[in-house]
Design a protein around this ligand. Structure first.
Ligand SMILES: Cc1ncc(COP(=O)(O)O)c(C=O)c1O
Length: 373
């Protein structure tokens, strides 16, 4: 029995008639760029996040970069972000011309450690870019309390956390803007690349709209250098279908997380650190990530048993060679560094069954390495 890390084919089988009809409609209409599907999806996603505006772009990376640029952030500015994330969080800051400043993460939520933020703020700091890693929301209340009096923008990297909540309110609309990715493996995934900027600021939304079509509001009149960064009609039509199922899928992920905890606790695997959920937060488990010292041996055992697993991420951002010019090599990020050594993500998707989940835990439990630690 093989168990993938994520099963997009099983997801498609569950919604095939709806997806096939949506694709057929777009192809029959013959309009592929910025048409009615993108417009409708923008409205639906804005409403889903409780925000006034949403602008579809080509990827989550572009959503971050275009938001930063639309906020006027560029050369000479600093943007604070998490030391443990996917490269895109830092890459977008650099692409906008600004300097990323890294802050360590909290060991419980794996998101920006707000207590360590103050020390990273300088007169050049313009924005904080927190990452809702693995689907767990950052401490947005604390971040807002810190950002507002210092007049810092708060740009949420929501790529892994669509539908996650803080005090019953979905991420994406707390700060200046929320940036989403529809990379296929995300909780709301397209059949290609896609992204979205969500905001309550109408002027910011208009500026992102301008940047995504070559810096133009009027055809063949270009105010600024923008780029070609559009969400296309086919992806929007597919995402509209999937958005209708998102809450049910996220609820299934949450149930699977509880089942993992019960099974792992039941097997007595006390050496494993399991994902936690902060008070008032609703995690959407984009990844179900455990921590363990004997990662390599367990990863090998799972792989040999045909079980998908993944290390996200084997390196902190400041340790990435590409980011060396922006990093003081002497600076340490103890929590992020420990995570890079010990994290391991287990299979997690809505269609995961109890039997498959139990099989994952059975292989984990059999792994001598886990027991020995
Ligand atoms: C935390 C984070 N930020 C940004 C991105 C970038 O999204 P995309 O791959 O759509 O450009 C990703 C996606 O992989 C991500 O995980």
């Amino acid at each position: 029995m093989t168990i993938p890390l994520i099963d997009l084919v099983a997801q498609y089988q569950g919604i095939k008639p709806e997806i096939d009809a949506a694709i057929h409609q777009v192809v029959s209409r013959g309009q592929f760029i910025l048409g009615p599907e993108v417009e409708a999806f923008e409205q639906e996603l804005a409403a889903y996040c409780g925000a006034a505006h949403a602008v579809g772009v080509a990827s989550g990376t572009d959503a971050l970069e275009l938001t930063l640029r639309a906020c006027g952030i560029g050369p000479g500015d600093e943007v604070i972000t998490a030391a443990f994330s996917f490269i895109a969080s830092a890459e977008a800051i650099i692409a906008a011309g600004a300097r990323p400043v890294f802050v360590d993460i909290d060991p419980g939520s794996y998101t920006l450690d707000v207590a360590k933020l103050d020390a990273a703020i300088s007169p050049k700091t313009k924005a904080i870019l927190p990452v809702h890693l693995y689907g767990h929301p950052c401490d947005l209340d604390a971040l807002m309390r810190l950002a507002a009096p210092r007049k810092l923008l708060l740009i949420e990297d929501c790529a892994q956390a669509i539908g996650a909540e803080v005090r019953g309110r979905r991420v994406g609309s707390f700060g200046t803007a929320g940036c989403f990715s529809f990379f296929p493996s995300k909780n709301l995934g397209a059949y290609g690349d896609g992204g979205m900027v969500v905001t309550n600021d109408g002027a910011l939304a208009e500026q992102v709209r301008c940047l995504r079509v070559h810096g133009s509001r009027r055809r063949y009149h270009h105010e600024v250098i923008g780029r070609n960064s559009r969400l296309d009609e086919l992806q929007a039509a597919i995402l509209r279908v999937k958005l209708r199922h998102l809450d049910e899928w996220n609820a299934a992920r949450r149930r699977h997380a509880q089942a993992y905890r019960r099974a792992i606790d039941g097997a007595g695997l006390t050496e494993l650190a399991l994902p936690q959920e902060a008070a008032g937060a609703a995690h959407v488990y984009h990844l179900y990530t455990i921590r363990l010292e004997a990662r390599e041996a367990v990863q090998q055992a799972l792989t040999q048993a045909g079980i998908g697993c993944q290390v996200a991420y084997p390196s902190t951002l400041p340790a990435q060679p590409a980011l060396a010019p922006w990093v003081d090599a002497r600076q340490r990020f103890p929590v992020a560094e420990a995570c890079a050594r010990t994290v391991l993500s287990l299979p997690m998707y809505a269609e995961l069954t109890a039997a498959l989940l139990e099989r994952v835990v059975e292989v984990l439990a059999k792994s001598a390495a886990v027991r020995a630690k």
